[in-house]
Ligand binder design. Structure first.
Ligand SMILES: [Zn+2]
Length: 548
């Protein structure tokens, strides 16, 4: 006899059997959700989330409010991001969040191995620097790059091939055109340095031995970098009365070789040409109209800084230092050199080149001169601060190893007008500094915060967003630094966070070794290098190799 179920139980059983697949799916899903939930505590998606900041993305667009999530070395997401997804959170409430500053004009190649923490740049919010400017770089580059990679570095570093370095390597201090053989050797060394990952080719045409070279030599040497997609960056032959011709020379070098031209530390550095901006904008804008990519970089100060050697006629150094010393012993040569210095360095139409406005930044043999102007030095020696005596002093210093000086040569209005040009970016022209060493130009410590505090906030010369663009995406675009210079998903997480009202340079001409204020965080390749205003001591920087 079979089992007879009650009709209501029978109905329940039938409906259960019908729903079984759906019930099955329900339980499977429940167990899946449970397992996902169970995993969440150990699967926070992002290494670092920056919340509540005002993001200025580097494009020049106005700020917007967003959180930024970082995963590894990259920006993973921009938007509204849940706390629970973050391993670490930075609350940037009320702060400005930008791509880290990129400084395309530095001489950091000189000190970066000795001071890999590069504190004077890190404390400005700089996350990338380019060295090898003005014609000088450490040769061979491959060696420098591997040293840096071995020991680590706080920020990202790229380098140019310097013409002076290459010329000295092949031709010494010869004041003549290269032979065919010398030309080939120079080209092959430039090729070698570009292969090593250099970003371009730089010249320093008022320095030695670059000043001995003619345009034809430079056109031919620069042709090497065309196929590499390199940039031609130049310290012009002249930044005063002949600046237009010097810019035209640079443009011809770029235009002939179909390469971008970057004019370094642009300025009207002679009061005879003050207020004559068209000497610069004329040739640059004409070239841009023709399709030549010409751009400028500028530091935000009215004083320059360089070695006193550039105050001398270039022939004085032909054949090297021994010959220079010998020439000074000859009365006629001495007089010629002295009158050149007076004309170049100690005479000016509006009287800016005076013994009291020329300061010694560094002088190995004369530590007692450092921080003093030439007038003070002469008076301390019981001499009158005449032009004649000042020229003799400059020669005496150069005879004994030389010195670097600070020269007040520019005009504030020109600095501001050059800053307003959309094709001018900002860069320091500084180098790695050992804190407290000498009295260097304050640009080494203050360039980037100064653009924002002085020129954006106090003078209103450009907007904050425009200033950020000129110090982030624009330099990255010009030097072909891929996936940097903008706050964008997928880009490297190089990020700087500062207080809009307090970010300010503190370095002055008399007391330059001072970090800025108002800097909160600096992130390099996703790692916190500055946290709550203090350097964390890590070295997450990379070499910025030229990429195809
Ligand atoms: Zn220079």
């Amino acid at each position: 006899m079979g089992i007879q179920l009650r009709p209501d139980i029978m109905r329940f059983w039938q409906s259960f059997m019908k729903r079984l697949p759906r019930i099955f799916v329900f339980f499977i899903s429940l167990s899946f959700l449970f397992s996902v939930w169970a995993c969440i505590p150990s699967a926070k998606k992002f290494d670092l989330v920056i919340q509540n900041g005002f993001v200025i993305d580097g494009t020049g667009n106005p700020w917007f409010k967003a959180d930024i999530a970082i995963q590894g070395s990259r920006i993973a997401r921009i938007g509204s991001i849940d706390d629970k997804q973050a391993k670490k959170i930075i609350d940037a409430q009320g702060l400005i969040v930008i791509p880290g500053f990129i400084d395309v004009h530095t001489h950091c190649d000189r000190g970066i191995v000795r001071i890999p923490t590069v504190d004077n740049y890190i404390y400005q919010g700089v996350t990338a620097v380019i060295g090898g400017n003005c014609g000088g770089h450490p040769f061979p580059l491959k060696e420098l790059f591997s040293k840096i990679e071995d020991q680590g570095i706080a920020l990202n570093f790229g380098c140019l091939v310097g013409h002076n370095t290459i010329r000295r390597e092949v031709m010494g201090m010869k004041m003549e055109a290269p032979s065919e053989e010398e030309m080939e050797s120079m080209k092959s060394l430039i090729h070698q340095e570009m292969e090593a990952g250099a970003l371009g080719f730089s010249t320093g045409l008022s320095y030695l031995p670059g000043t001995y070279s003619e345009k034809e030599e430079l056109v031919e040497l620069a042709s090497v970098i065309t196929d590499f997609g390199g940039v031609y960056a130049t310290h012009l032959r002249d930044q005063g009365l002949h600046i237009t011709e010097a810019i035209e020379e640079a443009i011809e070098i770029g235009e002939t070789n179909n390469i971008p031209v970057q004019i370094s530390h642009i300025k009207l550095a002679d009061d005879a040409v003050w207020y004559e901006l068209e000497r610069i904008t004329g040739p640059v804008e004409n070239a841009r109209k023709r399709g030549v990519e010409v751009t400028l970089d500028q530091y935000p100060y009215t004083a320059t800084s360089s070695g006193f050697g550039s105050s001398f006629p270039s022939w004085a150094f032909e054949g090297g230092n021994k010959n220079f010393l010998k020439r000074l012993e000859n009365e006629e040569n001495y007089a010629k050199i002295k009158s050149y210095i007076i004309k170049r360095r100690l005479t000016s139409t509006k009287g800016i080149n005076k013994p009291e406005t020329i300061y010694i930044a560094n002088a190995e043999k004369f530590p007692e001169y450092v921080g003093k102007n030439l007038q003070e030095i002469l008076l301390s020696q019981g001499k009158k601060p005449t032009i004649e005596n000042t020229a003799d002093l400059i020669i005496e210093i150069q005879k004994n190893g030389g010195a670097s000086g600070v020269f007040f040569q520019m005009n504030e209005k020109d600095v501001e007008d050059l800053m307003r040009l959309p094709y001018t970016m900002h860069a320091s022209d500084g180098a790695v500094q050992a804190k407290g060493d000498g009295v260097p130009h304050p640009r080494n410590y203050g360039t980037f915060p100064r653009v924002i505090s002085h020129y954006v906030r106090k003078q209103g010369v450009i907007s904050l967003e425009e200033a950020i663009r000129k110090m982030t995406s624009f330099p990255a675009q010009t030097f072909r630094l891929k996936e940097r210079g903008m706050v964008q998903e997928g880009f490297y997480a190089d990020i700087t966070i500062f207080d809009k009202d307090k970010f300010e340079d503190r370095a002055t001409f008399s007391a330059p070794h001072q970090y800025c204020q108002g800097l909160h965080y600096v992130i390099v390749n996703g790692e916190l290098v500055v946290e709550k205003g203090e350097y964390t001591g890590i070295l997450p920087g990379m070499i910025l190799y030229r990429m195809d």
